[in-house]
Design a binder for this molecule. Sequence first.
Ligand code: HEM
Length: 503
Amino acid sequence: MPLTVALWIYRVYFHPLSRYPGPASYKLSGWPLSWQAYQGDRHIWHLKDHEKCGPIVRIAPNTLSFNTVSALSAIYGPRSANVEKGEWYKTFDIAAGTYSSFTETDREKHAVRRRWMSPSFSAESLKANESNVIDIIERFCGTLKPKDGGWGEKWNASDMSTYLGFDIMGALVFGADFKTVQEEENRVLADSILPASMLMYWVSYLPLAFLVRPLLRTRFFETVGSKSVADNNRLIDYSQSQARIRVSELREEKRAESGRIDFLSHVVEAEDKKTSLRPTLPDLGTESLNMINAGADPFSGVLAGAFFYLVHNHDALRKASEEVRSTFSSPTEIVNGPQLNSCTYLYAVIEETLRRTAPVPSHLPRVVLGGGMMIDDQYFPASTVVGVPMYAIHHNPAYFPDPFSFTPERWLGNVPELSRRAFNPFSIGTRQCSGRTLAYMQLKLTLAHVLWRYDLREAPGEVGRGGGGKGMGVGREREDEFQMWDALGFGRNGPMVEVRARE
Ligand code: HEM
């Protein structure tokens, strides 16, 4: 006990970060941050703390959160920034046996992984896979189709977007046809992604996470853990088994026969030109799992957010629908290309949804390396953990006036320089999202196909599902804000939507 008190006194009065503001409990230990991660409310607390304490807040004894564009560029932007991904990432993939391009903290090792992955995300790979994506989207639209004239049955946009995201990523990564949108009994893996991600998210934030890491794939953890542990293990096993199949196909030269061009096949064949390193079997398992985790759920969350904001903002829904319907004379014309890119209002709806509903909304930790670094004209020593939470900066009125209104128009015409610089749903710099172009392609295609075919409305009797309200907790009062429970990808429920064939 005297040692703990001594540590607290050191942290509050003598620690190198002692002069930065923040609630007293944050200065004493990392437990408040873990609790917020467990609750899924971390993004809300970051915003509240910045509103109360200013642009720099001490959110844990050794961790600072910033809410300025200058800090965003300094920390995440330049290749030369003296930071790497923080300790938090070291727990996330460990049950899979090795780090992925998402969780590798070492900058050199990450660069190798990124080079292994790049053929999957190249323009040629996306072009080759586009028709696959469109087929799945068309099937999704077919499933929503009302049986008779008039409004069809209500569907939960969060759930259906999850299944669509999983079907698309399953096809792209594994060449699989999961049909989770259509078949309820096929949904076990898709339903595992978010609970598994939420579990690993808060476990990784435990102040003593390094003690938990060796336990993650043990019977003990399976026994004491909840269903999410089983979910996490199921996903790991699936991706590892797929990786084994691909490697044996390659050895037996069956790939030419199967004609697969899925992402996993690209990675199986990868060899880094600089180091001559090739991915091992565990690397293949973890990279394919990473593509499913990092790819399916963020897209699904943003799509659900777009449905929420469209059914709550009739003017935006009307303008986006009119634009798509006047640009294309039939849905078969809706492919990725100049015509789709000319739908500037649709694009603005996506940008505004990404601003309001950035699927990785909290502080993404970076640790300062030896020699320290300058951020916003202040010096920070090595080992300081720094970051800029997206939800806070995307709702900072200095960058986005009236930040809690859904206003696609802010992305049309001359967008202020500061708004552009503060907008970072895919992060920026060397660790920014590899799937950014693919994500935009999926979002634009899905929304264009749905809006071309259908009128949309919030199901009567289900008004408000997905939004905030009284009694939902601090920062969750706004009925017109799509609610996120922060993780990698985020928890969500709603809105309940109905469609009818366009008039
Ligand atoms: C709207 C959809 C998406 C959003 C908003 C998004 C956002 C992000 C963000 C913010 C990061 C950086 C996280 C960090 O620094 O810890 C990231 C990383 C990553 N994302 Fe996405 N993502 C989306 C879709 C996708 C898709 C479709 C894929 C395809 C597989 C993907 C693959 C990845 C990968 C591989 C990384 C790790 C990059 C690296 O560190 O080299 N993402 N994403």
